[in-house]
Design a protein around this ligand. Structure first.
Ligand SMILES: N[C@@H](CCC(=O)N[C@@H](CSS)C(=O)NCC(=O)O)C(=O)O
Length: 302
């Protein structure tokens, strides 16, 4: 897709999409908008709410859903090398996910957790057994056991693709957001939900910290970056930086109002919290509730 800029004295300039964020091209796009004085329907800055960034041909992306916990998992892969990562798998659906990976001929490198979940058990432990060679990943700050620990600024690689790790604490201490700059995507876990955010009333949650995390690490991304949350309870799949900066009913408030609002959410505790936390402290490999241990007995050899 291309962007056409039409000025007062200039007939037409065609800029390919891949060049829009080029530091030499962006000011040109901006100045055309300022110069002509009207918000062009093709100006990416004005249009960022609706203009989607398309993924490159060598990048595979599949969004997966767990109906019970309303959790999204994300399978990302390099089309050429077949190396894949799976963000936030759910244990109950580990066999489904392993089958998808197998069917597509992918090689799962990492099962990546955005944080230590309180509402469901991560699938990263069972997936290590189902897809031999794959490793569990979680942030160092989460203090859970995993094969690989990540910190702010680290890069996770699969084929030529890269996910930047951004520390976004507040919902939990160890929450991270994974940003794929080249594809204009960020996976926010429970730090930012669509028109919402993660609760801050347990697991060392802090509303002040969450506010800073979202504003500094997520809202600072380009306006048209697509954001993929850890959950959605309303049937919406994704959002953008621009949409959330305009319409998020919590995070558009000032920090003091946000903190007050978060104090009064009055949400019931997640039903599975007492079973989920002990298991998630070891990335779903041990400490499973009896029914899960029974279900995955042969896979986990416990
Ligand atoms: N009812 C669900 C839990 C719902 C919930 O508390 N969701 C969390 C993310 S999972 S810990 C949250 O942060 N929600 C924010 C919100 O505004 O809803 C269950 O029992 O599992």
């Amino acid at each position: 897709m291309s962007v056409f800029l039409v000025g007062r004295f200039c007939r037409q300039i065609v800029i390919h999409n891949s060049q829009i964020r080029n530091p030499f091209v962006l000011p040109l796009v901006q100045s055309f908008h300022l110069y002509t004085g009207r918000p062009s329907c093709v100006n990416p800055l004005v249009n960022s709410m609706i203009q989607q960034i398309s993924v490159s041909e060598d990048f595979f992306f599949k969004q997966l859903f767990d109906r019970v916990s309303c959790t999204y998992s994300y399978l990302l892969a390099d089309v050429k090398s077949k190396e894949a990562v799976l963000i936030d798998p759910v244990i109950d659906l580990a066999e489904r996910d392993a089958k998808v990976v197998d069917n597509l001929g992918l090689k799962l490198k990492y099962s990546v957790n955005t944080h230590m979940h309180a509402d469901h058990i991560t699938g990263s432990g069972v997936l290590k057994k189902l897809l031999v060679g794959s490793q569990s990943v979680i942030s160092k700050a989460s203090q859970a056991l995993a094969d690989k620990y990540v910190e702010h600024g680290d890069i996770i690689e699969f084929g030529p693709h890269k996910l930047e790790v951004r520390s976004t604490p507040g919902h939990t201490n160890g929450c991270v957001t994974y940003v794929c700059h080249a594809q204009g995507m960020a996976f926010t876990g429970d730090a930012l939900l669509i028109r919402g955010c993660g609760r801050t009333d347990f697991q060392e949650g802090s509303s002040e910290t969450l506010y800073e995390s979202v504003h500094n690490q997520i809202f600072s991304l380009p306006e048209n970056f697509r954001l993929f949350p850890g959950h959605d309870y309303n049937g919406i799949l994704d959002t953008t930086v621009s949409e959330e900066k305009k319409f998020n009913p919590r995070l558009t408030k000032c920090k003091e109002e946000f903190v007050e609002l978060m104090k009064n959410l009055n949400l019931p505790y997640p039903a599975q919290i007492d079973k989920a936390l002990p298991a998630n402290k070891v990335c779903g490999l041990y400490n499973l509730p009896t029914e899960m241990e029974e279900k995955f007995k042969s896979i986990l050899n416990v």
